[in-house]
Ligand binder design. Structure first.
Ligand code: ZN
Length: 243
């Protein structure tokens, strides 16, 4: 038994190996940078990457995971559909999913949304201002009404997602675009959160505001437990019917 929520940070972990610009920002990989601040925040953390057997997402690992964080970009298509099926099943059973940045195009996020998850984008290092539009929501706890990411990739509307259950953050970019950058959904018994900031060549996951949002999202997703609702055939009605 564990009392601390167990978070598995999954990263494709390709850019960091092939691109010096990315390696200089995340020498140990984006997954390690995220796992570090989650560990310091009191979560039990593990990491998993694409090139591990079963992408590091064995059934045993998923069964022990309360919240799965997903970062991927250049190799979405290399994720095995059987693993996507397995992750989806666990989410429907109650595991949380936090999809970060370019994970909007990951197989698992598209599977959970059922839409293209397409968007508009521009990479010129412009300023992003993140606005909290759901003050009082657990994911916004301790987060300022607005904060800035000095250099970000622009992700802009239209973003082809189902209407979020709760929209927590909206981003404005210096170039004029806006984006629904923090969105919550429930799928089955699992909670799903998409958070847009996090392009691989900018040190966004070292930003304290960004870290606070991800920490809050992990807690929010872990707090929702599968109540064990029984499904299936119900031969005996609750009320006596007829004669
Ligand atoms: Zn990006």
């Amino acid at each position: 038994m564990h009392n601390k929520p167990s978070v598995t940070v999954w990263n494709e972990y390709r850019h960091e190996k092939s691109d010096e610009d990315v390696r200089s920002v995340y020498p140990d990989g984006i997954h390690q940078a995220i796992a570090k601040f989650l560990l310091e925040a009191g979560f039990s953390t593990q990491t998993a990457t694409l090139d591990e057997p079963e992408h590091g997402l064995t059934q045993e690992r998923l069964d022990q995971t309360d919240v799965l964080i997903w970062w991927g970009h250049m190799a979405h298509d290399e994720v095995d559909d059987a693993i996507v099926d397995r992750v989806q099943k666990r989410i429907l059973e109650g595991m949380g999913l936090i999809a970060l940045h370019s994970a909007h195009f990951s197989k698992i996020f598209k599977r959970m949304m059922g839409t293209t998850c397409n968007l508009r984008w521009r990479e010129i290092g412009e300023k992003e201002r993140v606005w909290t539009v759901a003050s009082g929501h657990p994911i916004a706890k301790g987060v300022r009404l607005h904060f800035e990411v000095p250099q970000a990739e622009m992700y802009g509307e239209f973003f082809d997602i189902p209407e979020p259950d709760v929209l927590v953050f909206v981003s404005w970019f210096a170039g004029g675009d806006v984006f629904r950058s923090g969105c919550c959904w429930q799928r089955g018994f699992g909670r799903v959160f998409y958070f847009a900031p996090g392009h691989e060549t900018y040190p966004i996951y070292y930003d304290k505001n960004i870290q606070q949002v991800i920490i809050n999202a992990c807690q929010w997703a872990a707090d929702h437990k599968n109540p064990g609702t029984p499904f299936g055939h119900v031969p005996e009605p609750l009320e006596r019917l007829g004669n």
